[in-house]
Design a protein around this ligand. Structure first.
Ligand code: NDP
Length: 280
């Protein structure tokens, strides 16, 4: 089994630094894909209410026979449920459909600053309830910018344990990452391989060739060495194995720097300051 490091969170708990993401995994493919991941040694699964596959993630974990305490499970509050009563009902439903009595991590998926009168503070205070009840072992946010995090710091009791944001070689996010590091907010890097775009990058290919690894492995290793938490998605068993096979080599500082220098501020996903989608 791969030796996946842990990251210490600001509340004393820890999280596996590497896991499996299931965004855009169809519900009917989720049990199989998650089972492949668990078989390959993944012990951290990242889902969301919006992905429509929480139930299947729960099913795969139950079927695996792996002790619940050994798998770190994250889900996220969907955009239509930011009002406190809606958030409570949505969180209850996540636990119910996943057949779990707690989540390891629950996040506000998007800040939605242009919705709900810009009030993500009361939503965060509702997540604080889940944390105090022990039904969410850790709570955090996703797609929060510095100004959103500053508001939580000024108006709330608990600092988010993580901020899950888009990070990859074409969007290195160093300002937001530094802000989080100063406040002990762990960074989770979503779309870590830029949804596959890094596979034909010549700089990354050159580094990969020297290390006898694939481009995806080199980029995932780059994230690990920068200290971020990653959970690449794949439905292909061979890629699921490939992606976790990154704990037997190390990039030199010049390789890490060369990859960081590919930054071009390019998002693959929406801008958190304007994104306002409420899915059907
Ligand atoms: P990734 O960067 O993980 O890329 C996934 C894509 O790359 C898929 O098309 C996959 O195809 C392909 N791929 C996977 N492994 C390889 C490989 N070794 N070589 C070449 N191609 C590969 O993108 P995601 O957007 O899925 O991000 C990962 C996770 O982050 C999500 O699943 C989700 O959990 C989270 N996320 C969170 C968001 C948020 O707002 N909080 C937003 C987006 C993602 P295939 O399946 O065919 O292998």
């Amino acid at each position: 089994m791969p030796d996946v490091p842990s990251v210490l969170l600001n509340n004393g708990n820890s999280i596996p630094q590497f896991g499996f993401g299931v965004f855009l995994v169809k519900p009917e493919e989720t049990v199989e894909a998650t089972t492949h991941a668990l078989d390959a040694g993944y012990r951290h699964i990242d889902t969301a209410q919006m992905y429509g596959n929480e139930a299947e993630v729960g099913e795969a974990i139950a079927k695996s026979g792996i002790d619940r305490s050994e798998v770190f499970v994250t889900s996220k509050l969907n955009n239509g449920f930011h009002r406190p009563d809606d958030a409570r009902a949505a969180f209850d439903l996540s636990l119910e459909v996943m057949n779990l009595d707690y989540l390891d991590l629950f996040l506000i998926h998007w800040p939605l600053p242009t919705r709900y009168d810009g009030d993500f503070v009361s939503t965060w205070q509702t997540l604080e309830e889940f944390y105090r009840e022990g039904r969410a072992r850790n709570i955090g946010v996703s797609n929060f910018q510095i100004n959103h995090l500053n508001r939580l710091a000024g108006e709330c009791d608990i600092t988010p344990a993580v901020n899950q944001i888009e990070v990859h070689p074409y969007l290195v996010q160093d300002e937001l990452r530094s802000y989080c590091a100063e406040r002990q907010i762990a960074v989770e890097a979503w779309s870590p391989i830029a949804r596959g775009k890094i596979t034909d990058d010549p700089t990354i290919s050159e580094i990969a060739g020297r290390h006898n690894k694939t481009n995806a492995q080199v980029v995932l290793r780059w994230h690990i060495q920068r200290g971020d938490i990653v959970f690449p998605k794949s439905t292909k068993p061979e890629r699921i194995k490939e992606n976790i096979d990154i704990f037997d080599f190390e990039l030199g500082p010049e390789d890490v720097e060369a990859i960081s220098n590919l930054d071009r501020g390019e998002r693959t996903g929406p801008d958190p300051d304007t994104f306002d989608l409420i899915p059907d």
